[in-house]
Design a protein around this ligand. Structure first.
Ligand SMILES: [Ca+2]
Ligand SMILES: [Ca+2]
Ligand SMILES: [Ca+2]
Length: 453
């Protein structure tokens, strides 16, 4: 496994209690079970008789001094067509003994290359020969129990075709009887076949705690991994394009089928990018497999950009009757905008926060309500991207402020105008009156001048 790139590091070991667990039990020890497709014993004392329909399979040897010894052997055929050569990990033949005699017989299992004998016709005379050396030999001292022979090698070599096994007593010079049930009896013979594990683990239920993250920020990955042989290694791999540029992280689990997970983070040197995630796992037999792309995570260390802040009415024109609309262009090309907040302070004491809503495109908007005459308002725009990187207009060196001015409304303009005209008329008259001489004074003057003349 490639070593960690960019400091992608597992930091917390499997949190057993807090994690949802999906354990799917798969028991690797349950083998396939086959029953014979044919079985029959043959008897040297009845060399032309067929016992294919008997409930029993006999393996006996009886030693006689003055007549021929008597032997019975049993033939069993299995169809191994569903197996592939080399696929069988182990195989055992199981037989239930319903009667045995003392001394203890040793029953050998022999391989026979003939797989064309017929259960309903086979007899001592035409029974095919078998290899003299037993594949396995088992003492059968007690009746009413199962006995088992290791037949891995012949089952493996006959995989894909048929297999004939022959039961025969290995002892001589005494009477030895071992009777087993046939496939027609109470407990059929069984061939238990355990297959080698040649397939890699499988994956399901991938989960990631976030799609966007910044460096040094912990995120969580989990996946359910299954394999009959258990899990010896599991890694999450981060692909930048085609290569595993984002490094890998070990997933922690029990070694059994179940959930494998890690808390991890990107190091500060990791390249900002979108990484696809695949899981690589190795089973208990060394079979390894890589999952399809199960997820993706975007590394984003760049805060959003804030431009085009404007307000309406403008800074010097906000009256007591005005709501103030504030717009800003907020952009984050890597992970997108998570939230934009307008944070404003009234008279340097009261602080308020309003979510700015996305009007259209990249323009976000909020409204500060009307405030009394003389109120001073300062405000800051705070933008947060989906990876939780934050930018404020304050840290960009931008400051925004206005003070509420008194209102001059249209319905006051006409009365004010009329008052002004009235006042100017009065003033005019007053001035004109002060310049003209009084009528009595003029008359007197005229009289005086007339009198003088
Ligand atoms: Ca039979
Ligand atoms: Ca496997
Ligand atoms: Ca960003």
């Amino acid at each position: 496994m490639k070593p960690l790139n960019f400091g992608l590091v597992i930091i917390v070991v499997f949190a057993l209690i807090s994690l949802p667990k999906t354990i799917v039990p798969v028991d690797a020890t349950v083998p396939a079970k086959l029953v014979p497709t044919a079985d029959a014993y043959v008897d040297s004392s009845n060399p032309e008789s067929n016992f294919g329909i008997s409930d029993y399979l006999y393996a006996t040897f009886r030693d006689y001094n003055y007549t021929d010894d008597v032997r019975t052997n049993s033939y069993l055929m299995f169809n191994l067509g569903s197996f592939s050569s080399g696929e069988v990990a182990s195989a055992s033949l199981r037989l239930y003994a319903w009667h045995v005699t003392s001394p203890t017989p040793h029953v050998g299992v022999h391989q026979c290359s003939n797989t064309t004998w017929n259960e309903n016709t086979i007899d001592w005379l035409d029974a095919p020969s078998f290899s003299p050396l037993a594949i396995d030999s088992v003492a059968v001292p007690i009746q009413d129990q199962w006995y088992s022979w290791n037949v891995t090698e012949p089952v493996n070599s006959a995989a894909g075709s048929k297999l004939t096994l022959v039961l025969s007593v290995e002892d001589i010079n005494e009477h030895y009887d071992a009777y087993f049930y046939s496939r027609d009896g109470w407990y059929s013979p069984e061939l238990m076949v355990e297959l080698k594990d040649v397939t890699p683990p499988t994956f399901a239920n991938f989960h990631q705690s976030t799609a966007y993250v910044k460096s040094n920020s912990t995120f969580y990955l989990s996946v359910d991994i299954y394999d009959p042989s258990g899990i010896s290694d599991a890694q999450a791999l981060f692909f930048d394009g085609q290569s595993n540029d984002g490094g890998n992280v070990s997933l922690i689990g029990t070694g059994e089928n179940g959930t494998y997970s890690a808390y991890t983070h990107f190091g500060p040197a990791a390249t900002e990018d979108t990484y696809t995630i695949k899981i690589h796992a190795v089973d208990g037999e060394g079979n390894s497999g890589l999952s399809d792309t199960l997820g993706a995570i975007t590394l984003d260390n760049t805060p959003p950009n804030i431009t085009g802040v404007n307000q309406n009415p403008s800074q010097n024109a906000v009256s007591v009757e005005d709501h103030v609309e504030i717009n800003a262009t907020v952009v984050d090309t890597t992970s997108g905008i998570g939230q934009v907040v307008l944070s404003y302070t009234v008279n340097e004491t009261a602080h308020f926060k309003i979510n700015m809503t996305n009007l259209q495109g990249s323009i976000f908007n909020a409204t500060i309500p009307t405030l009394p005459y003389g109120t001073n308002v300062t405000y800051v725009i705070v933008a947060v991207d989906n990876a939780n990187n934050t930018r404020t207009t304050q840290e960009m060196g931008l400051s925004y402020e206005y003070t509420v001015v008194p209102e001059i409304t249209p319905f006051l303009i006409l009365p004010l105008f009329m008052i002004l005209i009235l006042l100017s008329v009065i003033l005019h008259k007053a001035l004109a009156f002060s310049r003209e001489p009084r009528q009595s004074e003029r008359s007197y003057s005229e009289k005086e001048s007339n009198h003088d003349s």
